[in-house]
Design a protein around this ligand. Sequence first.
Ligand SMILES: *Cc1c(COP(=O)(O)O)cnc(C)c1O
Length: 374
Amino acid sequence: MGHDPIPLIDLKAQYARLRPRIDQRLQAVLDHAGFVLGPEVGALEAELAQRGGVAHAVGVGSGTDALLLPLLAEGIGPGDAVFVPSLTFIATGGAVLMAGATPVFCDVDPHTFHLDVDDLVERAKRLPANLRPRAVIPVDLFGLPFDYASLSSFASSHGLLVLADAAQSFGGGRDEKPVGGLAPVTATSFYPTKPLGAFGDGGAILTDDEALAGELRKIRVHGQNQSGIAERLGLNSRLDTFQAAVLLAKLETFDADLRRRAEISARYDAALKGHVELQHRPTGAESTHAVYAILCDQRDRVREALSEQGIATRIYYESPMHLMPSMTRFNKDAKPIAVAESLSRRILSLPIYPEMVDAQVDRVSDAVITALEN
Ligand SMILES: *Cc1c(COP(=O)(O)O)cnc(C)c1O
């Protein structure tokens, strides 16, 4: 048995594979010295928009800011309610807090792990009179695009902005449409471990709305227009030119990387089906397989057995958002958020990255199955 450690994701192997392309692009930035909003940023934005099937992409400082800036642009703030699924990375709710608005935590579907629209509708009816419903942020959890069509009539009849948290799903799609064009506004992240990861923080907002894109471009430079006049409140949140250069290099192999992720995921599925519960991926939904999650009651035992064999695992997410200390004061609704709580007790993520070879995938699956049998 080979016992080389298997990391959750191998960024060193990725750089080794892409090194000439990346080094060349980084060197070009050093030479032209356009460090802030240099030409790579515009080139990347054009490519992101094209891949997302939208007219505009705006690069920003992080995925969190990609969620925050559209809320600011729409004037969503104090007194406004923003619906969020509770099983997600803390930034989904954190952006709502940064805007000064109130997160309304919703439960998730036990199979797709996505925002449960029926639960959202119930909570919208129970909203306290001092809160105005303004927006909903569905999350494409683990890279699987949410069913935005299932939400559109409720959202439009209630005047809710639908902001897609596509931090994990850029490159995926649903019903033949790419992530970017599935919701009126889409936020993504280039955090290094995302499927399209930079070498530091970064994010982007995708939209067809030209006026909104214009506002976002102002907000990321202190609210200034192109003549340097601050027309509105803004902040400093630009996508760094070096990060854009890295991303342009990575986009050259991104489609192949996504195909490899899908292969690994399918190989895990085939081996683990019947042994553990898996995220249900509906037909027509194309995941980026950002995270490969399993559900099992004996999670700690599985985790320990894998760790003994040098196999890294992670828990996404240790706690649903509404139980995080920074969020509990907003968790006012008496209706339980039971599915998110139960999932967070049973969920475990296994290694997945394009450089992973089949033998490693098999070693992980075998280790999981053996641990469950013991
Ligand atoms: C990573 C992530 C974010 C935040 O992105 P950053 O670039 O780290 O700020 C937001 N939402 C989800 C679901 C994420 O996975």
